[in-house]
Write a protein that binds this ligand. Structure first.
Ligand code: HEM
Length: 420
C-alpha cells in the first residue's frame, strides 16, 4: 500500500517522491532536492514531512522534541505485543527496537556506552596501521589480477570495510563471503514501499543473517576472543547489561553498518575522482588534503541519503508547526547541497573549506558511531588505491545500487593501468 501511495504521490509532484524514486530520479536526485528546498524548510507530503534544508534537518536531528524508531500506526500496539510475545525468536530488523538506531533515552545511552569506547576517535586512530595493511593486501591481490579490467566495488570497495569490521568483531575469514551476501540481500530493508518479492528477499536475507549471527555468538560464548563481540557476549552473560535480543541487534547493526555504508563512500569517491582529474591532481600534489577530500565525497554523494524522526509533542521546526506523532524525513543528501551553507553546492571541490558541515553521519545523539572508522577507511582506502594505480580509469558498465536509502555503486568497472 505504501508503495502505491508513494508512487502516485511521486507522479503528482509530492515531495514524498524523494523516498520512492524511479531509476532516473535515483541517478540524478539533486534537482528534486533543490525543488523541495526552494518550496520551504519543511514540506508536508502525503505520509510524512520532507526536508532538504540543512538548518531544518539539523534542528530535527538534534531536538529532544523528536524520537527515532518506527512511526505509530493503528497497528503499532499489535506489532509491539507480537514483538514482546516472540522475544528471542523473531527476526530483528536494523531500524526497529532494540536496534541502537531505533531506541532513545536511557536505553540508547546504555547500548552506546557499551560499544562507544571501541569506536572513539582515539581508539580508531590506533587501527590506522591495520587499515593500511588490509588496503595494501587487497591492492596486491588486485595487482595480481589476470585481467586489466576489474569491478572495483567487488574487488576493493566492499572488501576493505568488510575485512576491517570483521576483524574488529571477530568474524572468521571463512564466514565473510556469506556475511556479505546476507548484507547485500538485507540492504533494501531500509527502504520504504518494497514490492512483495523485494520484501520476501529482504526477509529471507535478514533471517539467514540472524541465524548466522546466533551461531557466531554461540561460538564466541564457548571460545571468547579479544574482539568487541566477545566482550559483549560476556557482558550479556553476566546478566546485567544486554538481553539476548539486545546483543543480537547490537552485533548485527555494528557488522552491517560497518560495511554496507563505507563501501559506498569508497565506490563514489573513486568514481568522482576519476571523473574530476583536476581534483585528483590537487590531491596528488598535496596528499595532506585527502582527509578533506573524503569529507567532500561524503557531502557530495551521501552514502545514507535519508533518515527520519517522529515528533513526541507538538513542536515547530524553522517556524513550521509539526504535530505530535508526525514523521519528518530528513534528506541528509539534500541538506548537503543547501546553498545557504555550501557555496556552489553541486560542484565537487576537494578544497571546500566547510565540507565537514555535511550531515552524512546524521547529527545529535544518533550521530554515526562508526564515523571515525569510516573516515579512516575512506582516506586510507582511496589514497592507497590512487597511489598504487596512477593510471586508473573508468571502464563502461557502471551500475548504481537499486537501494534508495543507501546510495552508491553496485558495479564500478575500472581499468587498472600500470602499477607502482
Ligand atoms: C548511525 C552513516 C559507517 C555504525 C549512522 C547514522 C548515519 C550513518 C546517517 C545515523 C542515522 C540516524 O540518525 O537515524 C554512516 C556512513 C558511514 C557509516 C555514511 C560510512 C561512510 C559506519 C561504520 C560503522 C557504523 C563503519 C561501524 C561501526 C553505526 C552505528 C550507528 C550508526 C552503530 C547507530 C548509532 C546510534 O543510533 O546511536 N551511521 N555510517 N557506521 N552508524 Fe554509521
Amino acid at each position: 500500500l505504501a508503495r502505491r501511495v508513494l508512487t502516485r504521490a511521486a507522479r503528482q509532484g509530492d515531495p514524498q517522491a524523494l523516498l520512492i524514486m524511479d531509476a532516473d530520479t535515483r541517478a540524478h536526485p539533486y534537482a528534486l532536492h533543490d525543488t523541495v528546498r526552494a518550496a520551504g524548510p519543511l514540506l508536508r507530503g502525503r505520509l510524512s514531512w520532507v526536508s532538504t534544508n540543512h538548518a531544518a534537518c539539523k534542528e530535527v536531528l538534534r531536538s529532544d522534541d523528536f524520537r527515532t524508531g518506527p512511526p505509530e500506526t493503528p497497528l503499532s500496539g499489535l506489532v509491539a505485543r507480537l514483538a514482546e510475545w516472540s522475544a528471542g525468536q523473531h527476526v530483528l530488523h536494523p531500524v526497529e527496537p532494540p536496534s541502537l538506531l531505533a531506541v532513545d533515552g536511557e536505553q540508547h545511552a546504555r547500548y552506546r556506552r557499551l560499544v562507544s569506547r571501541v569506536f572513539s576517535a582515539r581508539a580508531v586512530e590506533a587501527l590506522r596501521g591495520d587499515v593500511t595493511h588490509t588496503a595494501g593486501r587487497l591492492l596486491d591481490e588486485l595487482a595480481a589480477s589476470t585481467t586489466s579490467e576489474v569491478d572495483l566495488v567487488e574487488r576493493y570497495a566492499t572488501l576493505l570495510p568488510l575485512t576491517v569490521i570483521s576483524d574488529i568483531l571477530g568474524v572468521p575469514e571463512a564466514d565473510r563471503p556469506q556475511v556479505l551476501t546476507f548484507g547485500a540481500g538485507a540492504a533494501p530493508s531500509l527502504d520504504v514501499g518494497l514490492s512483495w518479492s523485494e520484501f520476501s528477499h529482504v526477509d529471507t536475507s535478514l533471517r539467514a543473517f540472524d541465524a548466522w549471527l546466533g551461531t557466531h555468538l554461540q561460538r564466541l560464548r564457548e571460545n571468547p576472543g579479544t574482539d568487541l563481540l566477545s566482550q559483549l557476549v560476556v557482558a550479556t552473560d553476566d546478566g546485567r547489561r544486554l538481553s539476548e535480543d539486545e546483543l543480537r541487534a547490537t552485533a548485527g547493526l555494528l557488522l552491517a553498518a560497518g560495511f554496507e555504508t563505507t563501501v559506498n563512500l569508497i565506490g563514489s569517491g573513486t568514481e568522482l575522482l576519476l571523473r574530476h582529474p583536476d581534483q585528483l591532481a590537487r590531491l596528488r600534489a598535496e596528499p595532506e588534503r585527502w582527509g578533506n577530500a573524503v569529507e567532500e565525497v561524503l557531502r557530495h554523494e551521501s552514502p545514507v541519503q535519508v533518515t527520519a524522526r517522529v515528533a513526541v509533542r507538538d513542536t515547530s521546526v524553522q517556524g513550521v508547526a509539526v504535530r505530535k506523532g508526525h514523521l519528518v524525513a530528513t534528506m541528509l543528501a539534500g541538506a548537503n547541497r543547501d546553498p545557504a551553507v555550501f557555496t556552489d553546492p553541486h560542484v565537487f571541490d576537494v578544497d571546500r573549506a566547510n565540507a565537514r558541515e555535511h550531515l552524512s553521519f546524521s547529527a545529535g545523539r544518533h550521530f554515526c558511531l562508526g564515523a571515525a572508522l569510516a573516515r579512516i577507511e575512506g582516506e586510507v582506502g582511496l589514497r592507497a588505491l590512487f597511489e598504487r594505480f596512477p593510471d586508473l580509469a573508468l571502464a563502461p558498465g557502471a551500475q548504481r545500487r537499486p537501494t534508495r536509502v543507501l546510495r552508491g555503486w553496485e558495479r564500478l568497472p575500472v581499468r587498472l593501468g600500470t602499477l607502482v
